[in-house]
Design a protein around this ligand. Structure first.
Ligand SMILES: *Cc1c(COP(=O)(O)O)cnc(C)c1O
Length: 392
């Protein structure tokens, strides 16, 4: 920590739902997220190997657990922040403010003030009003303008929520420059679980166009996140395939490169362990209700966009299986995980049996509600590192 950040009292918000040291009850609680930190370490090494000349800025929202942040901080990661809560979590983990970028283009003046006080000097923007806010609250800060990118191929497309076309990006860079900011970056985010490497190519192409139009030296290019991980839908492109697409599109353009991986660093490290509560027939279909659902961390099952790989320990792989509708435990009609996806579970599955969601280390614990229907947020259990998790 440096500068004013050293004197700042870090408030407790933003961490209440991610206890560092779960109680003995939580260790066997169901549901729970079991996290294997060596897998995070391996995922980070894989990312570095694929993108050796890229500054990796971990998208904290994917999994802000203090032990994940501390591990990544120790490996020299940078951080992509979206809120004061994430800023505080990163400061506590020991990530230096100069390694932080405030990636959320939607911010309050109080957010910018907190970031500046902590020593953060890099911000992403995508509107004139936000450029003006940064000019007022963070004079001299480095600004990266976010381009809208065609995010077809993403499991979670943004549908126009963020980013601007190249012409507008160029105008925002000039506006930032005129207002005394360091208008030096362009970026894009291809949308999470992006399975089409050409999405990065399209982003780089529009960044190049914006750079040409701006007529200012553009020193930094942010490739966003979106690097996919394996779920039930089958194979996804390897990081090196995405890196090859990025290299091909960059040609001899050599800006400082930043990327914001979230999912790719933590998904494979997590197994969400749940329990069957009820099995019943409804209108000719077998419904399996679990003690985990949309509100305890499985938010990404909305629209069935992420279909997790499932494992039923205690049932032989050869046990006969049949199609199910998989549902969560709450009274909300939307709390159905999979109705259309082809999910097959053992026919003799019964209440009390365990069902595990694999590759669930990203966007689960951070998404759990505080207590819908009186159900607590998903606890995280850090696995003892002497107990290597075998691959299914
Ligand atoms: C969420 C987010 C990321 C991380 O996305 P992943 O799919 O987890 O890699 C990166 N950048 C921005 C701007 C984001 O909103």
């Amino acid at each position: 920590m440096e500068g004013v950040g050293a004197q700042r009292t870090v408030p407790a918000h933003g961490r209440a739902s991610v206890p560092a040291h779960p109680s003995p009850d939580q260790v066997k609680a169901s549901p729970r997220l079991e996290l294997d930190l060596p897998t995070v370490r391996d995922a980070f090494a894989t990312f570095r190997d694929a993108f050796p000349s890229v500054e990796p800025a971990y998208a904290v929202k994917a999994n802000p657990h203090p032990e994940v942040l501390a591990l990544l901080a120790g490996l020299g990661v940078s951080a992509d922040l979206a809120s004061v809560g994430e800023l505080d979590a990163c400061l506590l983990a020991g990530i230096e403010p100069r390694r932080m970028t405030w990636g959320n283009p939607v911010k309050k003046a109080s957010d910018v003030r907190a970031a500046v006080a902590a020593g953060v000097t890099r911000f992403t923007t995508d509107s004139a009003a936000d450029v003006d806010l940064l000019a007022r609250e963070a004079p001299g800060a480095a600004v990266t303008v976010r381009l809208a990118v065609d995010d077809d191929g993403s499991a979670t497309p943004f549908a126009g929520k963020f980013g601007v076309p190249p012409e507008e990006a160029a105008a925002l860079l000039r506006r930032a420059d005129a207002a005394g900011l360091r208008a030096h970056g362009l970026g894009f985010h291809p949308g999470s679980q992006q399975t089409d490497p050409s999405s990065w190519r399209r982003g780089i192409a529009s960044a190049r166009r914006a750079a040409d139009l701006a007529g200012l030296p553009v020193g930094e290019l942010n490739l966003g996140g979106g690097f996919p991980t394996r779920h039930a839908a089958g194979p996804v492109p390897a990081l090196r395939d995405i890196a090859a697409a990025v290299d091909a599109e960059l040609g001899d353009w050599r800006p400082h490169l930043v990327a914001e991986p979230g999912r790719a660093l933590v998904a494979d490290a997590g197994v969400l362990v749940a329990e069957v509560v009820l099995v019943t027939e409804r209108a000719g279909r077998r419904w399996v209700y679990l003690d985990v659902g949309r509100y305890q961390g499985l938010a990404e099952t909305e629209g069935e966009m992420i279909v997790y790989r499932l494992r039923c320990p205690g049932h032989a792989g050869s046990a006969p299986r049949g199609p199910v509708v998989l549902a969560g435990p709450t009274c909300d009609g939307d709390d159905v995980l999979y109705r259309h996806a082809d999910v097959r579970l053992p026919l003799d599955l019964a209440p009390g049996d365990v069902v595990e969601f694999l590759g669930a280390g990203a966007y689960t614990s951070s998404y759990a509600s505080v207590g819908f229907n009186g159900l607590p947020p998903l606890p995280t259990v850090i696995l003892p590192t002497s107990d290597p998790r075998e691959d299914p």
